[in-house]
Ligand binder design. Sequence first.
Ligand code: MRU
Length: 361
Amino acid sequence: MTQDILNHDTVALDGENNALVIIDQTKLPGAVEFLSLTKQTDIHRAISLLQVRGAPAIGVAAAIGAYLAALEIDSDDYGVFYSRFKAAKEYLASSRPTAVNLFWALDRMERVVSGNENSTVPEIKELLRREAVKIRDEDVSACRAIGEYGLSLIKDGDGILTHCNAGALATVKYGTALAPIHLGRERGYNFKVFADETRPLLQGARLTACELVADGVDTTVICDSMASRVMKNGWVQAVFVGGDRIAANGDVCNKIGTSGVAIIARHYGIPFYVCAPTSTIDMSVPGGEGIAIEEREGREVTEMWYAERMAPEGASVYNPAFDVTDSELVSAIVTERGIVLPPFEENLHRLFENIKLCAII
Ligand code: MRU
């Protein structure tokens, strides 16, 4: 029953069986199936094939994957252990290129190894387990905080448009862009959500609709090309999306189609909010042009959802998985540390420099 999905973490460590447990998102909404993965090749494949997807979720999955890789290393020599751990880390990092949370989580795991040269290998393995669990726990609390801040931007009854899935299924639980909606639901708010279907992999129609309907939210699936229509109709009071990598200047890389939604929202004077944990902000990248955009196979566009191929053989397909929304189109970036307003270049620096932040910068 898809009703069940909100009762389970999207990504979890099964400590008894030393396995990464995920909800297989390629099977939704038809079936709720769990995968228990122990092999590195299977974890890599699960991330590449989007069985687990969404920037924060793949970060947590990779952290657990790195811990499981460490358990398999049978040498107690620190140097040998570190070099094998690094190779495993690089292998997991090659599963997808765009969402920075993947690299952020793996770097955190590596720092556990590099920072504990004087510990024994079994001690380091235990520290890696704790770090993976911490990354998981932090994701849950960050999403909850993002939900609270996001909820302060909308009111009961509002129409909200979202793109792709930045919900519970893209994180351990709650989500980023959908966290305000889930939290509002807990408090008895009634939002009307428009979920862009999100071509070509349909994360909006399959996943966002699935988790919002499971939560009892009034949900309408629209084709991506209909966003302008519903905004012009006056049905949308705010747009909420997630992010895969946010550059230091506030450019937001997110699912392909996001930038078009932002342009339309600006045209109709509708606020465009990006909800993302600080782990999605990559201060080493000055602007969106520095972000590697994943390109995926053409069959996702021409064949995947059709009984018969729907475009002629011989036509080329361009299938970028993400695009960059220029920071000028972003009304605010909602993080677990507060709501960051423009100018982003200045305020994102303050977000990282100021340890103590006020709710709204
Ligand atoms: O290709 P996907 O499904 O992993 O892309 C996901 C997105 O673009 C999400 O909007 C983003 O990761 C934010 S998830 C909280």
